[in-house]
Design a protein around this ligand. Structure first.
Ligand code: 3PY
Length: 253
């Protein structure tokens, strides 16, 4: 059975003090209100991971994610943070390939494949993001384009390794724009990706893969999106910066 997951991508927001308040509110609300079969993950800026991990570890169905990590193991890579460092401070997940990293930091499918490898080698769970631009959606072949992001960055993995990956479909045209994919658009893409995974790894692996929807998911649209048979939760942007709204999203299954 695949997991239901709601992950909050805080991006580059909040001071330390604000982050502590937000995390402790989320931790309390999740503990009191969210079904234990829903895994709730927060992804604060890397600087706050060590401190906030001490809060999330107290709740069995919570995890804490980095928003990125290096494709290198260690060494002279000024400014980088390695997967083993993240593991050593108790991080559980790493978001990889968010469209903002692909767009502003030129992350290619090849570099992302290296990051996926190193994250898995260190016993962390990659939340692998994929998605198309508006121009791609309006042209032919956008389903195949998104599937190719999986092929190029993930399909070198063994079935056992692939089974540890979480996928997040984030249409780029719905990120930070207030536009959301309709539940039908999300379902169609998720079903297509699940079929693509089944073609490579078989139906059982595909059925056990959590595929999250991201892109302006909020407390108003989460219930309809999460009701889709192939949508297993959400990667939440702006709405994860408000404890009440984020918790409500985690309660939307
Ligand atoms: C968004 O919803 O804006 C996101 O980018 C989530 O990662």
């Amino acid at each position: 059975m695949r997991k239901k997951i709601v992950a909050g991508n805080w991006k580059m927001n909040k001071s330390m003090e604000e982050a502590l308040i937000l995390a402790s509110e989320v931790v309390h609300m999740v503990k009191d209100e969210v079904n234990t079969d829903v895994q709730v993950i927060i992804a604060p800026p890397a600087l706050y991971l060590t401190t906030l991990q001490k809060h999330t570890e107290a709740v069995a169905n919570m995890g804490i994610a980095a928003q990125n990590c290096s494709n290198k193991a260690s060494g002279a890579y000024t400014g980088e943070i390695s997967a083993s460092m993240l593991k050593s401070i108790g991080a559980t997940h790493v978001i990889l390939g968010h469209s903002e990293r692909r767009q502003y930091f030129n992350e290619s499918n090849e570099v992302l494949a290296e990051k996926v490898n190193i994250v898995l080698e260190n016993g962390l769970t990659p939340i692998f993001c994929c998605g198309e631009t508006l121009e791609q959606r309006q042209a032919e072949g956008f389903l195949e384009f998104v599937a190719s992001q999986l092929t190029d960055s993930l399909f070198h993995l063994s079935a056992e390794e692939f089974g540890k990956v979480v996928i997040a479909y984030e249409p780029i045209w719905a990120i930070g724009t207030g536009l959301t994919a309709s539940s039908q658009q999300a379902q169609d893409m998720h079903a297509y990706l699940r079929g693509h995974i089944a073609g490579k790894y078989g139906q059982e692996v595909a059925d056990n893969t959590s595929i999250l929807y991201g892109g302006s998911c909020n407390e108003k649209n989460a219930e309809e999106l999460f009701a889709c048979p192939d949508v297993d939760g959400g990667l939440i942007g702006g709405a994860s910066l408000k404890s009440r709204e984020f918790t409500n999203i985690a309660k939307s299954f």
